[in-house]
Design a protein around this ligand. Structure first.
Ligand SMILES: NC(=O)c1ccc[n+]([C@@H]2O[C@H](COP(=O)([O-])OP(=O)(O)OC[C@H]3O[C@@H](n4cnc5c(N)ncnc54)[C@H](O)[C@@H]3O)[C@@H](O)[C@H]2O)c1
Length: 393
């Protein structure tokens, strides 16, 4: 059978635009033609395009004109305008995490520590509403690029739940490392919050997804989150923090530690941690405690490969694992980090949806529930951990 041809445009030319392009090159079920890119950074966008032999577009509209799909690889504040523009033109959107959020009140003295999080929740939910409205009126769809959903360990757990009818009693998980290097990341107004949204969205969305899978397998109805209790902290902004040079400590107003406790509508629970204060490389894991099995999903690190390197400089030219501080000694060197992370798998699945109508696992409603839970968690944190009801979509 002849493969369908799909024309694609990438908005953004930074880190995520890089791994989206690489993952698109691996799609095998559909003939993907990456036409070009658009960013507000003309120099960076032109360099990105030249390196990959694609076109640079001066405007978003000009790019949308020439493609079937737009990949939104911009910082979160631009996810809504870019996605809505593409959906309004009946195009598909592959949107990076988080779907959207609240990006400040525009005042010079905006500071996340003191800002009323109920206003942030209301603003984020209004943004979610506008995206869902645009999708409902479009012949395109929004595909949510939460790679944890597509990570092979999480998809294996989906299979176990579907085939055994297991009931998840408790999920616990974490995403952590020693701090993002992005300049924007220091400011809540640019990222929609701190580590709770930036990293917490990954294990949280995987947890929401697996409870959805459980309910879907049982009677066709997703099991939704009901309440969340959360605490956030800014450990590296504490006066008592003692900087030894290993952990980034230059944040302006963001949380760098968060704990969310989610109660689902069936009374079962999930505990999700996210932080920027953990040494030793990326720490991405999710453990599922079910009534008939237990699964530990080691997304990264895992022991697919382990290396021992007696001399640091021997590995100067070797990529070992994300955010590892040293390459000397033992390491869980990853033979294919993109694969364990789920990047190629999510693209394969999205393009199957785009070309053949397959129901996506990572859709806009999962993304919407994730944003709603995250901002309800920020409200809870401001109330020092009180349980807050979650609006679901
Ligand atoms: N799934 C993952 O593992 C993962 C990893 C990193 C980042 N992300 C997500 O990807 C998104 C982008 O992050 P990044 O690390 O690539 O950031 P980045 O700063 O490396 O790149 C952002 C790009 O967007 C462009 N841009 C900014 N505003 C724009 C606008 N209004 N219109 C068009 N282009 C605009 C910038 O010029 C830049 O090219 C974020 O939502 C982030 O959360 C996901």
């Amino acid at each position: 059978m002849q493969k369908k041809n799909v024309r694609t445009g990438i908005v953004g030319s930074g880190f995520s635009a890089g791994f989206h392009f690489e993952a698109l090159r691996k799609v095998y079920g559909v003939d993907v033609e990456v036409v070009g890119t658009h960013t507000i950074d003309v120099e960076g966008g032109t360099a990105y395009a030249e390196k990959r032999g694609i076109r640079f577009f001066d405007t978003l509209d000009a790019l949308i004109d020439e493609v079937d799909v737009i990949h939104c690889c911009t910082p979160p504040y631009a996810h809504e305008p870019v996605s809505v523009a593409a959906l309004k033109r009946d195009k598909f959107v592959v949107c990076e995490k988080p779907l959207t959020g609240y990006f400040g009140d525009g005042s010079d003295d905006f500071h996340w520590d003191h800002f009323d999080k109920q206003i942030a929740l209301d603003g984020a939910l209004a943004s979610v509403g506008r995206i869902l409205e645009a999708e409902a009126a479009s012949s395109g769809r929004l595909l949510y690029a939460e790679n944890w959903v597509y990570a092979p360990a999480i998809q294996k757990e989906r299979e176990i739940l579907e085939k055994t009818g297991g009931q998840i009693l408790w999920i616990h998980g974490e995403e952590a490392h020693s701090g993002s290097h992005s300049v924007d990341y220091a400011y809540a107004a640019r990222c929609g919050g701190g580590v709770l949204i930036g990293k917490g969205c990954h294990p949280l969305t995987a947890s929401l997804y697996l409870k959805r899978v459980e309910g879907r397998a049982r009677d066709g109805n997703a099991i939704r989150p009901r309440t969340v209790s959360a605490r956030t902290h800014a450990i590296t902004r504490l006066e008592s923090f003692r900087d030894e040079g290993h952990i980034r400590n230059t944040y302006y107003d963001i949380d760098d530690f968060s704990a969310m406790h989610v109660e689902f509508e069936d009374g079962t629970i999930a505990d999700v941690f996210a932080s920027d204060i953990v040494l030793g490389g990326i720490h991405n894991w999710l453990e599922v405690c079910a009534n008939n099995h237990r699964a530990v999903c080691n997304i990264n690190p895992n022991t697919a490969m382990q290396t021992y390197n007696p001399v640091e400089k021997n590995f100067d030219d070797i990529y070992v694992i994300e955010k590892i501080g040293t390459k000397q000694g033992w390491a869980c060197t990853t033979p294919d980090e993109d694969w364990t992370t789920g990047y190629p798998q999510e693209m394969e699945s999205f393009y199957d949806t785009i070309a053949n109508g397959r129901q996506p696992e990572g859709d806009s409603l999962l993304a919407a529930d994730s944003i709603s839970t995250i901002y309800s968690a920020y409200v809870s944190s401001q109330r020092e951990g009180a349980a807050v009801e979650i609006k679901t979509f």
